[in-house]
Design a protein around this ligand. Structure first.
Ligand code: UT7
Length: 349
């Protein structure tokens, strides 16, 4: 039995923060940001007062409505996030409520930028075990809630968003193959939020020293990201008996266009096969990979092999391969926001 992706949804807030706007906040330029990161703009949730549960809930609503899926069918929800609504309770409980998942359990998983891939692996093994049939995996982050908009090293990089997939069991030879996931402690102070957890609880000093915001040693993280994503991708190909020629598409974590290009060169996979949307959204942490799957879903054809690879805080990293399977039928009848009938023929992907 395999676990295959049968539906995809996504959501980004409507508020756009452009490089030009950031250059009025800190000492930087649109040219520097584009040249060093590939980012042109990012979406921000806070101006609309949205939190991570709202983003995740909206991505799931998009998935449920697009494919006309009954929320009561869902057995479980795995929410990958590094920016929960609260330290307690789990954000997944609110997302289950927003999504109408009354027959499901839900839990949060914090794997930083590797969170979605870790969550996908958890859900895959749940389905392969035969105990669960339909699990929603959502990656959602409100990075603007922990970004210091006075720090030019980090505020240019991050954005907010959410992407969701439905994993279902199949007896066909499609789906998520073997994954290789790794975590070590070598990066615990190279990319982190120093205060607000149990080690340094919130207090006047932590607020004065701006310790509730992300700190990053960018160049060190960059080097480790390229090395780790390249080598773990090679290992994932080997463990699945695939060569680079077998790969139709690469969906990498979107942290920096230069990292993505370097990994593509190391793997000897042409950049035309690598999916990139960092220019629109920046680094949305747990959401980059599902947002990329959502943006490019019409390019993925049945039987194609997709390599997914990621790297994040911790450090945490990993890669997997997916043989793309049959998607659910799209909703047959589509209406515009004001109720006008747009389509009524059956559409299949
Ligand atoms: O998703 C989790 C993993 N995260 C990542 O993978 C992020 C990895 N790191 C990066 O993407 C890059 O390291 C950055 C984009 C953060 C920085 O790019 P870089 O090419 O590594 O720059 P740098 O940190 O080595 O800094 C080079 C120069 C410095 O000036 P000096 O010391 O050479 O005079 C920085 O102060 O660029 C300066 N700089 C900036 N200049 C204009 C740093 N940030 C900016 C800025 N605008 N926003």
């Amino acid at each position: 039995m395999n676990a295959t992706i049968t539906a995809i949804g996504g959501f980004v807030p409507s508020y756009v923060l452009s490089n030009e706007m950031i250059s009025k906040m800190v000492d930087t330029t649109d040219e520097w940001i584009q040249k060093r990161t590939g980012i042109e703009e990012r979406r921000l949730a806070t101006s609309e007062n949205l939190s991570t549960s709202d983003l995740a809930g909206a991505a799931i609503q998009n998935l449920l409505k697009t494919y006309e899926i009954d929320p009561l069918e869902i057995d479980g929800l795995v929410l990958a996030t590094a920016t929960p609504d609260h330290l307690l309770t789990p954000t997944a409980s609110k997302v289950c409520e927003l999504s109408g998942f009354t027959n499901a359990f839900g839990f949060d998983l914090n794997g930083a930028c590797s969170g979605f891939l870790y969550a996908l692996e958890m859900a895959t093994t749940m389905i392969e075990s035969g105990r669960y049939k339909k699990v929603v995996v959502v990656g959602a982050d409100t990075m603007s809630s922990i970004v210091d908009y006075e720090d030019r090293n980090t505020c240019i990089l991050f954005g907010d968003g959410a992407g969701a997939v439905l994993l279902e069991k199949t007896d066909d030879e499609f789906g998520v193959m073997k994954s290789i996931l790794r975590t070590d402690g070598s990066g615990t102070s190279a990319l982190y939020v120093p205060a607000g957890g149990s080690k340094v609880p919130a207090g006047m000093q932590s607020i004065l020293h701006r310790e509730h915001f992300i700190k990053q040693e960018g160049a060190f993280v960059f080097k480790k990201a390229v090395e780790s994503m390249s080598s773990v991708s090679q290992d994932a190909l080997a463990t699945n008996d695939l060569s680079v020629e077998d790969i139709d598409w690469v969906v990498p974590h979107q942290a920096n266009l230069r990292i993505i290009k370097a990994v593509s060169e190391h793997l000897n996979i042409g950049i035309e096969k690598v999916k990139v949307n960092i220019h629109k959204y920046g680094n949305t942490t747990s959401a980059t990979i599902p947002l990329c799957l959502w943006d490019f879903k019409n390019d993925f054809k049945e039987g194609q092999n997709i390599l997914i690879t990621t790297f994040g805080a911790g450090f945490s990293w990993g890669a997997t391969c997916i043989k793309w399977g049959v998607m659910r039928a799209l909703k047959a009848v589509q209406y515009s926001a004001n109720g006008e009938l747009l389509k009524h023929d059956l559409m299949y992907q």
